[in-house]
Design a protein around this ligand. Structure first.
Ligand code: ATP
Length: 442
């Protein structure tokens, strides 16, 4: 399958099956914004849950936070966003389209109209969305939608440290919406103006910064592999010195091989004591940490793994998408689309399928569904041939189907059908939940 074809097919599947819809679609859409549908919201939530589980639940050195999107404007002065969170913007004098100067093709031709040497001088464009708080629209009421979740963590460093009594090394994790007025959004949910970030700030003694930076690069790279991104589509790319942000003593990107080439999934940065120094200066509060054991006071250094929930969701979808020829049971083959999502990411874990709409089968299917739904996200599908219903579940990545047939009425057993191997096995209803949970964890 051609690479761009694969992107089209995934976008198409996402629309057709309720994963991702164009936003405001009945009004013709709205500037590269997207809405997650019934299956998409489950998928993205599973991505965020997997991140939270690995970052917060399974560790005793990281705690969570949910800070506000609107913050004191001074925060953005201190962080440097007001002065430097800009992209270089150029206009095409011919067609009036706008582009990021650092993303123009080498040919120098306008990507929209093809005109040569038609660009204006680059000027800096601040990516923060500006708004006004309260009824009066004047300079004193200006506020910004946060362009990253990290600053909410830095300004709460002291609150969290004193209430949890954590000692460096320790981290604060946050998942939430961020907003950037991107000049050229695109590639589906890869670059949008409203998106969700999964960020963690890890506070360490200054001398340990380099060690923890290495640790988090490896840890974050492995997270994507563990959730099913193949090794040949994932790489850890250290930034060149000239690419580094002004605050960074080292940055690496985890990159995924998207259909259009390598693209960033997540950045891991050694931010040194830049942020806490800035916020100490601008707020006038001493944000240093007193290390009682060694009787010393210091500003912790910070290692930041910053990921995007939408980009990760897209990468998991692209990596999982497959079309294959399978035996049609009549001596020939047929094509099936399957999302080989990791079971923990699959929107629906188990589909319960009565063989037909027969009035004796449906109540048993309902009983089985009732047994499973307290612990697993399930779907009950009664319409269409059983083969068709398996295909519908395959293309949204449901790892297991449970079929209730006429034998079930006598033997109280059902058939488990596996998404990947398509093998079928008969198991008693009594042990069904345990069996399914074992398989989902395997
Ligand atoms: P890029 O270079 O692609 O613009 P960035 O380096 O500015 O990204 P960061 O500031 O490091 O991105 O943000 C951390 C993560 O947030 C990114 O790795 C990405 O997953 C996500 N992210 C950033 N901008 C966007 C966006 N416009 N749309 C979707 N996700 C985004």
């Amino acid at each position: 399958m051609a690479k761009h074809d694969q992107m089209d097919r995934v976008v198409n599947l996402a629309k057709r099956r309720g994963l991702v819809f164009p936003s405001s679609e009945i009004y013709g859409g709205f500037r590269s914004t997207w809405d997650y549908g019934p299956l998409g919201v489950l998928l993205k939530r599973n991505v965020k849950d997997a991140w939270w589980r690995s970052m917060v639940q399974l560790r005793d050195d990281i705690v969570g936070l949910d800070s506000a999107i609107l913050m004191a404007p001074k925060v953005w002065e201190a962080s440097g966003h007001l002065a430097t969170f800009t992209d270089p913007l150029v206009d095409c004098r011919n067609c009036k389209e706008r582009f990021r100067a650092d993303q123009l093709p080498e040919s120098g031709a306008c990507p929209n109209c093809g005109a040569k040497d038609s660009f204006t001088e680059a000027r800096n464009f601040n990516l923060m969305f500006k708004t006004y708080v309260g009824p009066v629209e004047d300079d004193a009421s200006v506020a910004y939608l946060r362009p990253e979740t990290a600053q909410g963590i830095f300004v709460n460093f002291q609150n969290v440290q004193t209430t949890t009594r954590k000692k460096p090394p320790f981290g604060i994790a946050q998942i939430g919406k961020s907003f950037r007025n991107e000049i050229t959004p695109g590639n589906f949910v890869f670059r949008t103006r409203e998106f969700e970030q999964m960020e963690m700030e890890y506070f360490v003694p200054p001398e340990d910064g380099a060690k923890w930076y290495e640790y988090w690069c490896q840890e974050r790279y492995r997270w994507y592999l563990d959730l099913g991104i193949p090794e040949d589509k994932l790489r850890l790319r250290p930034h060149e010195t000239e690419e580094l942000s002004h605050y960074s003593a080292g940055t690496s990107d985890v990159e995924f091989l998207y259909p259009w080439g390598w693209g960033e999934l997540e950045g891991i940065a050694n931010r040194t004591d830049f942020d806490l120094t800035q916020h100490s200066t601008f707020s006038g509060q001493d944000l240093s940490y007193y290390d009682q054991e060694h009787d010393r006071r210091y500003l912790p250094h910070v290692i930041e793994p910053a990921a995007g929930a939408d980009r990760a969701t897209l990468a998991f979808l692209l990596a999982a998408y497959e079309e294959e020829d399978v035996d049609n049971g009549k001596g020939g083959t047929e094509s099936r689309t399957v999302l080989r999502l990791h079971p923990s990411l699959a929107p629906i874990k188990v589909a319960v399928l009565p063989l037909s709409k027969n009035e004796r089968l449906v109540p048993v299917a309902d009983e089985v569904a009732g047994l499973l739904r307290r612990e697993l996200m399930i779907d009950v599908d009664v319409a269409g041939s059983i083969g068709r219903r398996y295909r519908r579940q395959d293309e949204v990545g449901t790892p297991m189907c449970v079929t209730v047939d006429f034998d079930t009425l006598d033997d109280r057993a059902v058939t488990i059908r596996d998404r990947d191997s398509m093998s079928q096995e008969r198991v008693p209803i009594d042990g069904l939940l345990g069996e399914l949970k074992d398989r989902l964890q395997a």
